[in-house]
Design a protein around this ligand. Structure first.
Ligand code: ZN
Length: 179
């Protein structure tokens, strides 16, 4: 059986620290960290997870988007390691949509994010990649990149009334499914 990493919860100083650049993506500790992050994301049905969330202070995260009860309209994308990520530029449009976080249990919020971003990162194979991301995937990228700078989604909520409990969120989501 795989041993799963425990997830740092809000209040843990690791979530407020700036993570360090990854020097070599082929380093065995980094490859092992990628595997642990993917296992932890899958086990917790997360659509993304950043290394500081399992107490590893590196600029590395996983995007593992898939439709779920929490995010019924999420696109499917195999778990992808994003190393030393940067946002090169972004469109003007900012959209508020739902987010949650494995490190902030039972809380959901409407968070403003850029709808479209141009990003650069290093892949697991060590290749530098540039991509244009939109909507949900762009949202995950911005959320996870914030983790590398010690920022949580609750910091980005612009109106306190945009914070919800998980139970309230589920009621709203199921009501909108019926309409
Ligand atoms: Zn998070």
């Amino acid at each position: 059986m795989k041993e799963l990493s425990s997830i740092a919860q809000i209040g843990n100083p690791i979530l407020r620290s700036k993570a360090l650049p990854v020097a070599r993506s082929s380093d065995p500790t980094i490859l092992q960290l990628i595997d642990s992050l993917i296992d932890t994301a899958i086990a917790n049905q997360g659509v993304g997870i950043a290394a500081p969330q399992i107490s590893q202070p590196y600029r590395l995260f996983i995007i593992a988007s898939h439709p779920s009860e929490r995010y019924p309209y999420a696109p499917t994308m195999p778990p992808t390691a994003i190393i030393n990520p940067q946002i090169l530029n972004h469109g003007e449009e900012v959209v508020k949509d739902w987010e949650g976080c494995l490190s902030v249990p039972n809380v959901r919020g409407l968070v403003p994010r850029y709808r479209q971003i141009k990003v650069e990162y290093t892949t697991k194979e060590g290749e530098i990649k540039q991509e244009i991301l939109t909507d949900f995937i762009a949202r995950i990228f911005q959320h996870e990149l914030d983790h590398l700078d010690g920022i949580l989604f609750t910091d980005r909520v612009t109106d306190p009334a945009d914070l919800y409990s998980e139970a309230q969120y589920r009621q709203i989501i199921s009501a909108s499914d019926l309409s």
